[in-house]
Design a protein around this ligand. Structure first.
Ligand SMILES: Nc1ncnc2c1ncn2[C@@H]1O[C@H](COP(=O)(O)OP(=O)(O)OP(=O)(O)O)[C@@H](O)[C@H]1O
Length: 230
């Protein structure tokens, strides 16, 4: 269980409060107006933004002061952060060891991860030799190979066309189900939430609201969400 206990996260002077729990294995979409603090929430959980007060726990372990690398999570940003000078296999291998000294068994795992996201045989290519959708798949493989129980996705597929985005969301859905990871995904599109998330966390007016069941929240939006949905 992810527990945010009277948490206040600071992002360069902007403060976001959050006080809720999210059950392990949940798939939560984080939605809300631009500038409301969605990325701040993810960044605070990941350890990139300081926690001013309160407590952050994962399955009873206190993460409040932990460095990002010591937290049991993996994160995927919009641009995927692939290194252009490294091959796709090396980029994915970074998820196992940042200095890329991998055993033969670990390279096998890299190749298996590439195959799992549909990039079999493409490991020797550089990112520039892949399409945008394929680059997203490689970035996803790097996140998945880390085997962390908590996945944080910050609008990872916003730059993709609608069909490709749906394909990637479905792939994330399948892989998360396989690994039983807990997913938190920032999205601007309520349809993404309907497609993949069982819970929605609304971020508005300086606060992240407790998760609500996706369908009931989107079908009967409270005023802050109605204003955003238009
Ligand atoms: N480095 C920073 N220094 C000061 N303020 C910041 C910084 N980064 C973000 N902010 C402010 O924090 C607030 C929340 O930003 P955040 O990126 O979390 O919002 P968001 O909901 O993810 O927005 P968007 O949907 O536009 O990506 C915004 O008002 C923003 O201006």
């Amino acid at each position: 269980m992810l527990k945010l206990e009277k948490l206040v996260i600071d992002n360069g002077g902007f403060e976001l409060s959050a006080d809720f729990t999210l059950a392990a294995g949940s798939k939560a979409a984080i939605i809300g107006p631009s500038g409301a603090g969605k990325s701040t929430l993810i960044g605070g959980i990941a350890g990139f933004h300081p926690i001013v007060s309160g407590r952050l726990c994962w399955n009873g372990e206190n993460l409040t002061g932990a460095t990002p690398g010591a937290r049991p999570l993996a994160m995927l940003f919009q641009d995927g952060n692939l290194f252009p000078h490294l091959s796709i296999a090396q980029n994915v291998g970074l998820g196992l060891n940042p200095d890329l000294r991998l055993s033969a068994a670990q390279w096998d795992r890299v190749n298996q991860a590439l195959a799992r996201v549909g990039l079999e045989g493409m490991g020797t290519r550089k990112p520039a030799a892949l399409s945008g959708g394929q680059q997203s798949r490689a970035a996803l493989a790097r996140v998945l190979i880390q085997g962390r129980p908590l996945l944080l996705l910050d609008e990872p597929f916003a730059a993709l066309g609608p069909a490709l985005k749906v394909e990637m969301l479905d792939l994330v859905d399948t892989l998360v189900a396989e690994t039983k990871a807990t997913l938190l995904m920032v999205s601007h599109d309520p349809q993404d939430a309907r497609r993949i998330a069982d819970q929605v966390i609304l971020v508005a007016e300086g606060a992240a609201h407790p998760p609500r069941e996706t369908i009931s929240l989107l079908d009967n939006p409270p005023p802050a969400l109605r204003a955003y949905l238009g």
